[in-house]
Design a protein around this ligand. Structure first.
Ligand code: HPA
Length: 246
């Protein structure tokens, strides 16, 4: 029986609808994951859920132990990972509340532990990362989104920024010139680490605000972001339950 891992981001620290069978504290050679691993059933499917920022969210994006998170999911036998993320929208189609299944990433983060292949190596390892997200997992999410009439966006380039602050208007202009459509702080190194451990990984992003400068002179309000997350995560949960059961 397959085991699907869900990494929940901001607004998804718990997975409603999960019939919990076990909550396991786990330790890896890289340290402890962000939260206990919640095993259970979502519909008919076995699922393990991990809260990226902790179950009582307190771990900022640049402090997440991404290696421990991905290693823990690998160790417990996950076959695939869906990483849920709240993001800012840069290009015109990426309006707040939109669900986006990105197909590309540009990594602007720095100083994060971003690889498992750093020491004790017999050889230098260069994983292929041309297509950072697993295509069949993306297609599955898109197909289910379509059947649920969720108007999810296929194809987008995710800019992974360092945070925890939001970007300047000039930074967003630069990201747009680089070809980025959405911006978030946790997409990397998560996706690359999953690839290093040969775990199929896809991102399910919810746009929660227009990125800096994309809504005129308006500043980005944390309260509005939270309200959008609150409204949008219900649809993400719907998608996850259906995608996994399918
Ligand atoms: N920038 C970076 N990360 C984010 C944003 C944003 O505008 N919104 C949600 N996560």
């Amino acid at each position: 029986m397959s085991l699907t891992a869900i990494i929940g981001g901001t607004g998804l620290n718990q997975l409603e609808g999960l019939q919990l069978s076990e909550s396991r504290h786990y330790k890896t050679r890289w340290g402890e994951p962000s939260s206990s691993l919640q095993f259970g059933q979502l519909g008919k499917q076995d699922v393990v859920f991990l809260a990226r920022h902790g179950s009582h969210p307190h771990i900022p994006p640049h402090k997440v132990n991404y290696r421990a998170n991905i290693q823990a999911l690998k160790d417990v036998g996950a076959d695939a990972i869906i990483g849920v993320a709240a993001v800012g929208g840069i290009t015109a189609q990426m309006w707040p509340q939109r669900i986006v299944i990105p197909d590309q990433i540009i990594d602007y983060t720095y100083g994060r532990e971003h690889t498992f292949f750093a020491d004790d190596l017999d050889d230098v390892v260069h994983i292929d990362f041309s297509w950072p997200y697993e295509q069949s997992l993306r297609q599955k999410l898109l197909h289910i989104a379509q059947t649920l009439d969720l108007n999810a966006m296929d194809k987008a380039c995710y800019a992974a920024t360092q945070g925890p602050r939001l970007e300047t208007v000039a930074e967003i202009k630069r990201l747009e010139q680089d070809g980025c459509d959405i911006v978030g702080m946790t997409g990397m190194p998560e996706a690359a680490l999953a690839r290093e451990l040969e775990l199929p990984y896809a991102c399910c992003a919810l746009v929660v605000n227009w990125a800096a400068g994309k809504a005129g002179q308006q500043e980005i309000s944390h309260a509005e972001m939270l309200a959008t997350i609150e409204q949008g995560m219900g649809r993400i949960r719907q998608l996850l339950a259906a995608a996994i059961v399918d």
